[in-house]
Design a protein around this ligand. Sequence first.
Ligand SMILES: [Zn+2]
Length: 387
Amino acid sequence: MSELVALRRRLHQIPEVGLHLPQTQAAVLEALDGLPLEITLGDSLTSITAVLRGTKPTDDPRTVLLRADMDALPVREATGLDWASTNGNMHACGHDLHMSILVGAARELCARRDELAGDVVFMFQPGEESVDGASHMLAEGVLDAAGRRPDAAYALHVWAGMEPYGTFTTKPGTTMASHDVMRIRFVGQGGHGSAPHKANDPVPALAEMVLGTHTMVTRQFDAFEPVVITIGKLSAGEACNVIPESAELEASIRTFSPEARDKVVERLTRYAEGIAAAHGLAAEIDNPQSYPPTINDEAETEYVAQTITRELGAERHLRWTNSLTSSEDFSRVLLEVPGCFFGLSACPPDLDPATAPFNHSAYARFDDGVLDDGVRIFVALATGKLA
Ligand SMILES: [Zn+2]
């Protein structure tokens, strides 16, 4: 087993969720140990920023940023793999592969630093899943880590299905949706389940809100301006014979333009307030998280596509025509630096990509045979820019 596969499987067994990933950070630091890197650790999160100074003489030094996210999901793994997670969380989005690929790229680029006319910033980022780790790292200065702004930034994401094993995917322009979270809480008056007229039950209002939201999307939005809303969390009450005082939902909202995003938030707010008023309830509305759409630079996307084709052959590259409805906080980096977020299928060859359990599934499997090709493309992107 290669060192990178061993690292990936070790990381896979210790998945941690959110912004604070102490075991994961320690494992990555150990893997980087001894390399000629300037390492800074995050304050508000367990990030690692590592800068490699190229030594090739140049009058025009450039900087390239490569990013890997580090966090896992609160999913109980059901793959049955020998090296499955041991702690109740799961690297169900493949970020364990991302970290291993970035470690591999760091090792190889360090070995070839005399070919680099400039610097590479390796951005190991916790908290991609819903807690916006990227904005923490931006606030702590990751874009200034090398002393000047990156000229280009790249990140890749592995998929457990969708495309055949080993296929790289790119799309210029919007490649992933925006993502907003909205929390809506109806507050009434609790009481005895036998006497609802003496209470003010928020549960029917919550039920109306769920159905009304999905109807609203079909009636108020252009069919050619995609809007995807999922209400994945409902909570109200503890016992069937007790009317709860409050009832709440959490919705995830995905759109492909700032206009559609603003309209969804405005309409959901209006709906919640209207339903609350009809039931004599109060509505508390919160929009705690908002990721912008992930927008790839046209020229950088072309550069990534050409690099994949040159290194691995045209049959390994697929140009996507549609965006994904998932979202990414690498979008924040791409608002500041031209770059490209691209995909790599790690779908196990024994599965049909169309039906393989996908990212975030407890059954999702990512084949770590793709690690070396991921490293190769990251290395080629950096050396090409810093030639
Ligand atoms: Zn992910």
